[in-house]
Write a protein that binds this ligand. Structure first.
Ligand code: NAG
Ligand code: NAG
Length: 402
């Protein structure tokens, strides 16, 4: 009996240790956040265990996506269908009320580290519905291919091809969309794709329609320096740990664990990429309060081997922050949300600074009491006032600027 109790006690302690995440003091509803974070940690640990047994880590993590899928269901305001555009699956949201003229449109790319997620996940579906209904907008939420098995540039190619298809004047006309009121938007890895699409469209001579806006919600924007201050400060904050982000980034390019290990120790930067370091130089692009007391030292550059095998991580279509200033000029006005307790905080903050330096109008909303992914927690069982607040702030901006 005593032994069993001891075992149970040890097991509970171990479980608690494995899934415990400290919740930052200024984050509201700490109980809910703790539960949410613990559930995700538990899934991560289980997926690691499954990997040891020979199963695929991301496939196990993907159970989360599957559990949260909802079918395309129309309501009194919005017609929702799963269909294909340009041969890529999308979930389409069309407002039902009689149009009072041409409509707005949003191309939305969901998050999930290029490996997970779906336009049909409950919270993404809710957000798309709200935008479609309240902004009287056609929302195209893209189900791009995921890693593994699909690596860069498959994800980018899918969202780009849907966007380019949709921006054709006869397609816009078919949906009753005003060509002057179309934006791209995405959260996390989706914010990465939105930023990359906005850049690529500028250089595409076949595209005549200009985007009205780009909405980047806690975007991932670079895989060059994995030791930015935000990576150091927030390595173990809720939802997205540094190790999981490193895993997502490396998996975007390859399932070869060599890249993941090198990224984890920030030793993946090839000498030839030295000229790109200026674009992620946080001594230059971060405001003083985020640099803190640290002094900048240039990340070490090493062998060219990984850069040659997996050149994706140096490609601005995967790392939009690595685009030169000339490529940023003329980009659509940006709304950028960053969260203080997020490994990706500095990606977004530095992109805001670089866009401004290139003359692009930027609305940068920095939420000091927020963590990565917070905007998607807007329904039971993980409903957060914070999620609603962040979404409402973004919606207000869209009402004015789209
Ligand atoms: C339909 O739109 C109205 C007005 O925006 C809103 O009050 C109502 O809740 C919406 N219905 C659904 C099912 O979302
Ligand atoms: C980083 O920025 C600082 C301040 O602007 C500058 O002194 C330093 O040379 C830069 N380093 C690199 C590698 O660009």
């Amino acid at each position: 009996m005593g032994n069993r109790l001891l075992c149970l006690g040890l097991l509970t302690a171990l479980l608690g240790y494995c899934i415990y995440t400290p919740i930052p003091e200024d984050v509201a509803q700490p109980g809910t956040v703790m539960l949410l974070s613990a559930a995700l940690r538990a899934l991560e640990r289980l997926s690691e265990a499954a990997e040891l047994l020979g199963l695929n880590y991301m496939e196990s993590m993907g159970l989360l996506t599957v559990a949260m899928l909802v079918p395309p269901t129309s309501d009194e305001n919005v017609t929702v269908t799963d269909t294909k555009l340009s041969n890529v699956p999308v979930r389409l949201y069309l407002p039902r009320r009689a149009p009072g003229g041409l409509r707005r449109a949003m191309l939305f790319f969901h998050g999930g580290g290029w490996c997970l997620g779906d336009a049909g996940m409950h919270d993404h579906d809710l957000v798309s519905r709200r935008i479609s209904n309240e902004l009287d907008a056609v929302v195209v939420s893209v189900n791009y291919r995921l890693a593994p098995p699909h690596h860069f540039p498959a994800q980018f190619d899918d969202v780009y091809s849907v966007t380019k298809f949709f921006l054709q004047s006869q397609v816009l006309a078919q949906y009753g969309v005003d060509p002057a009121r179309v934006c791209v938007a995405g959260d996390s890895a989706g914010g990465n794709l939105a930023a990359a699409v906005a850049q690529q469209l500028l250089e595409d001579p076949e595209v005549k329609t200009k985007l009205k806006a780009q909405v980047l919600i806690y975007p991932a924007l670079q895989a060059l320096d994995m030791n930015l201050p935000s990576y150091q400060d927030n390595a173990n904050k809720p939802i997205l740990s540094r190790s999981l982000m490193v895993r997502f980034w490396s998996e975007y390019f390859t399932s070869d664990p060599a890249l993941r290990k090198a990224m984890a120790s920030n030793t993946h930067i090839p000498a030839e990429a030295g000229h790109l370091l200026q674009f992620v130089n946080w001594s230059r692009w971060l405001p003083a309060e985020m640099r803190g007391a640290r002094t900048y030292s240039t990340p070490a550059v090493g062998s060219s081997e990984l850069g040659q095998r997996y050149p994706g991580f140096l490609d601005p279509r995967a790392s939009p922050l690595l685009a030169s200033e000339a490529r940023l000029r003329g980009l659509a006005p940006a709304y950028i949300l960053t969260c203080e307790h997020d490994v990706l905080r500095d990606d977004g903050v530095m992109y805001a600074a670089r866009l401004r330096a290139a003359g692009v109008p930027v609305t940068h909303h920095h939420a000091r009491d927020a963590f990565h992914g917070a905007m998607t927690f807007i329904s039971w069982p993980f409903e957060l006032a914070l999620g609603h607040r962040l979404l409402n702030t973004c919606m207000d901006w869209l009402r004015e600027n789209l």
